[in-house]
Each structure stands twice: as structure tokens, then as C-alpha cells.
Design a protein around this ligand. Structure first.
Ligand code: FES
Length: 162
């Protein structure tokens, strides 16, 4: 790990030195600071060493919560809901539009567990089981914002603005 990253993590650890949920807050911020929005193994090891929190505990936390990423993300992230309501209202069409128009890398074998990123690391495509917003189906999350009643045309316009 380079000294600049280590320094940044030191600052984050210091900021989250007390209180309940300090590990979560610390890891969230470290992930946010990463240009590819993920937690590299060396960052997790560094946190374990610096805080004396067992690595196994840290790893348990980052694998339990779905908002933590252990592999690099694209600059923008689109999550498509593949739950029944969204499927019925056309989420597959949205998914296929993205697959057809962008060159994704990664294992594309299971619609329900997709995690693909374009070669240029601009776009990550994920699938989600259900956002709990079924009345708004089909639901898509783009860079943390939820969009309901999504249509291919609307998505195209949003992506064009990236
Ligand atoms: S099925 Fe898509 S939000 Fe529930």
C-alpha cells in the first residue's frame, strides 16, 4: 500500500475511534475514498493491524453487508432488480439492452447474481433480488439513486449524461 493511502486510512481510523458501529463507519469511508469504490485486501489487513480488530471479524462484516465491495467497481454502477414484480414489468429488457450495448467483463451466467464491469471500468452492472419497492417496478438503482418505472429509453438518456 502506498504511503498516501495509508495516511488516508490512518485519518479515517482516527475519526472513527469510538462508539458503536465504528467499524462499519470506518469501512464505509475507506470504500468511498477508493477510486473504484471497493475495499482491497491490503486495506482490510491494514485496518486490522492498526485497530487490533481481528481480520476475520472485518472480513465477516464486509462479506455480510451487500454495500461493501471486494472487487473494483466501475465509475458508475447500475443495479437492476430481478425480482418477480420487476421481471414481470420488463427488467429483463433493460438488462438485455445493457448487455447488448456495452462490453462487460465477468461471469455472465446467472441473471440473478450478475456482477459485470466494462473493460474501461466506466460501468458496473449488477442484479439485485428485490429493492423492496415492487410497486415501482421495474426498479433500477443508478449510483445509489433509486428509479422506478424504468424504461430503456429513460436509462439511455441517463447513461448519455455520464
Ligand atoms: S421485485 Fe423489484 S423491487 Fe421488488
Amino acid at each position: 500500500m502506498n504511503p498516501k493511502t495509508a495516511g488516508k486510512i490512518d485519518g479515517i481510523i482516527k475519526k472513527h475511534s469510538e462508539g458503536h458501529g465504528r467499524l462499519l463507519g470506518m469501512l464505509e469511508e475507506i470504500q468511498r475514498e477508493n477510486p473504484h469504490n471497493y475495499l482491497p485486501a491490503d486495506s482490510l489487513e491494514y485496518v486490522a493491524r492498526k485497530t487490533s480488530i481481528p481480520y476475520a471479524k472485518i472480513y465477516g462484516v464486509v462479506t455480510f453487508y451487500s454495500f461493501f465491495n471486494l472487487i473494483p467497481q466501475g465509475e458508475h454502477c447500475i443495479s437492476i432488480c430481478r425480482g418477480t414484480a420487476c421481471h414481470t414489468k420488463g427488467s429483463k429488457k433493460i438488462l438485455d439492452f445493457l448487455r447488448k450495448n456495452y462490453e462487460f467483463e465477468g461471469e455472465d451466467t446467472n441473471d440473478a447474481k450478475l456482477f459485470l464491469t466494462t473493460k474501461d471500468r466506466k460501468l458496473t452492472l449488477r442484479s439485485v433480488a428485490c429493492f423492496g419497492q415492487c410497486a415501482l417496478a421495474p426498479v433500477v438503482e443508478i449510483d445509489g439513486d433509486i428509479y422506478g418505472n424504468m424504461k430503456v429509453e429513460t436509462l439511455k438518456k441517463i447513461i448519455e449524461k455520464f
